[in-house]
Design a binder for this molecule. Structure first.
Ligand code: F6P
Length: 539
């Protein structure tokens, strides 16, 4: 099947997306669908019925459905770590949890969810107090990567659903300036720190957590009272206890919840603090609705499968190196950053499940920014650059804002971009326009080539009625499953991340060198940079 798709791709330069609408009068209806509150229109992709059929045939050949069942059924599909991949069961109803996890684990999950709800309720009611007896007004969540992006992005998206009494802040990066900026705005007496780390050994998180601890002590919290200000979420409960967190303030997670998919576990605690447990449960319900669709819909009518296959077509067969994700929504402005981890940490791999080299191109470079800002930044390159960059537009049809005119302008710009990417502008069109403006023959000849836009760039558009907890849940689950589909088709393990380890090891070696140890193992370039650092920080 790969050969068939390669052959189709080699002939595809003749394919015109624009013209395909007249060849397929029902193209919009054929290439659009609704699932879990989301509407996907992929009619502006560079696909023909033959391409779609071949992609679906290949999916069947790869036993995609069997691989989905293996994931949902709890098989250890993360083969390099010997782990199951069951984050989705955390958003499923309790009978499904029972069936998949069995009695004891399902009970642990239920207890954790209940404890999380209790703690959120206590914080909202002002029942949890700090060292001087005052109720907490602020929660600072310390964590990085998957222990940060999901809650942060959803909290941002769901601002209209936020509880204004309790403010939630996030500390991820290991930059003292960022730490100070954040802590300067907070009062230690009324701040609760939640350390979120699956492993509880992540360097950045522990350094930041210790900095917050010191800030609490300097702010008047004596050692005996420190634990009142601490909470943790981790699968290594013993490490959290060693850090000083009381065991009843530690929410566990399990090794079958991957970091970048962990929002659905107690990692979602800061989000639940921000939007309340009911809204958080709505988010999970939305994600489960997408899970249900993914598990049950035919491949041809299955939103995550369709998006996964389109992405593979563009990346592995059309050889487009990147993917732009463009939310026309202030609420979803950080969604592309979140997606970078979910997509690139999952599928940015070049060996298959058994260590064999994968010959097809895998994960695209994912980037993006909220529209219309993106139009004033990088969209020029999409319209006239040398690479075709497939785009995924995400736009809510209605807004929470009272500025309705703004929303009209926002949506008009979004629709205009996909139209422009597809239509482009031919030389003849440009010349006619310039002539109509009264430019001379010579001026037209000079200017016209610069205004030509080749068009025929593929895009898809996801719309929803409004940004709600449920819709955000289903959007996240849609992308999680899309990425699973792609990893399954490429035959790689989407659930490990060995590539991040070397940088961690070397940073430890460099830190040792900074502390005066021998740096002979470092390259001349790094040694020289290190010497400059040491000189700049003398005394
Ligand atoms: O970036 C590597 C990584 O291991 C991610 O997969 C993970 O989300 C992040 O670090 C944080 O890990 P932890 O939750 O264990 O601190």
């Amino acid at each position: 099947m790969i050969n068939v798709l390669q052959q189709l791709a080699s002939e595809h330069h003749r394919f015109s997306i624009k013209d395909s609408f007249s060849m397929q009068p029902n193209r919009v209806a054929d290439y659009s669908l609704v699932a879990a509150g989301l509407f996907l229109d992929y009619s502006q992709q560079n696909i023909s019925p033959q391409v779609m059929k071949s992609l679906n045939d290949w999916a069947r050949q790869c036993d995609l459905t069997g691989k989905m069942q293996a994931m949902f059924g709890g098989e250890k599909i993360n083969n390099t770590e010997g782990r199951a991949v069951l984050h989705s069961v955390l958003r499923a109803p309790s009978d499904v949890q029972q069936a998949v996890l069995g009695g004891e684990l399902a009970r642990q999950v239920g207890d954790t969810q209940q404890r999380m709800a209790e703690l959120v309720g206590q914080l909202h009611n002002g029942d949890l107090v700090g060292f001087d007896g005052r109720a907490f007004t602020d929660v600072i969540a310390v964590g990085i990567g998957g222990s940060y992006y999901g809650p942060k992005v959803c909290a941002q998206a769901l601002k209209p659903y936020t509880n204004s009494q309790l403010k939630v802040h996030y500390l991820a990066n290991v930059d003292g300036e960022g730490v100070e900026e954040k802590l300067d705005a907070l009062n230690p007496a009324t701040t609760l720190m939640v350390v979120i780390s699956k492993t509880f050994v992540t360097q950045e998180t522990l350094l930041n957590a210790n900095a917050v601890k010191s800030w609490l002590v300097e702010g008047g919290c004596d050692e005996q009272n420190l634990s009142k200000h601490l909470m943790a979420v981790s699968s290594h409960v013993e490490n959290a206890i060693k850090f000083g967190v009381n065991s009843d303030r530690i929410l566990p997670m399990w090794d079958w919840v991957g970091g970048r998919f962990s929002l659905w576990s107690a990692v979602g605690f800061p989000l639940a603090c921000a939007i309340g447990i009911d809204n958080y449960n709505e988010l999970k319900a939305g994600a489960y609705e997408m899970d249900h669709h993914f598990m049950n819909a035919l491949l041809e009518q299955n939103m995550p499968v369709i998006m996964g296959l389109l992405g593979i077509w563009n990346r592995s067969f059309m050889n487009y190196p990147s993917l732009a994700v463009l939310p026309y929504s202030h609420a979803l402005r950080d969604f592309p950053g979140y997606l970078q981890q979910v997509d690139m940490e999952s599928n940015g791999k070049s060996v298959g499940l058994n260590g064999e080299t994968i010959t097809l191109a895998t994960a695209p470079i994912v980037f993006g920014q909220e529209g219309t800002n993106s139009q004033h930044a990088f969209m020029q390159m999409m319209h006239q650059g040398q690479d075709k960059i497939p785009c995924e537009f995400i736009v809510p049809l209605t807004t929470h804002s009272t500025l309705k005119e703004h929303h009209k302008v926002l949506v008009a710009n979004c629709f205009a971009q996909s139209e422009a990417l597809m239509n482009g502008k031919s030389l003849a069109q440009v010349k006619t326009e310039l002539a109509a403006k009264g430019l001379s023959e010579q001026e037209i000849e000079q200017l016209a080539p610069h205004k030509v836009m080749p068009g025929n760039s593929p895009s898809l558009t996801i719309t929803m009625d409004k940004i709600t907890p449920k819709v955000v849940g289903s959007l996240l689950a849609l992308y999680e499953h899309k990425i699973f589909v792609q990893g399954a088709m490429w035959g790689l393990n989407s659930f490990d991340q060995w590539g991040v380890e070397l940088g961690k090891e070397l940073s430890s070696a460099i830190l040792t060198a900074m502390d005066g140890e021998d740096d002979t193992k470092l390259s001349p370039a790094t040694s020289s940079q290190l010497a400059r650092f040491m000189q700049a920080n003398q005394g």
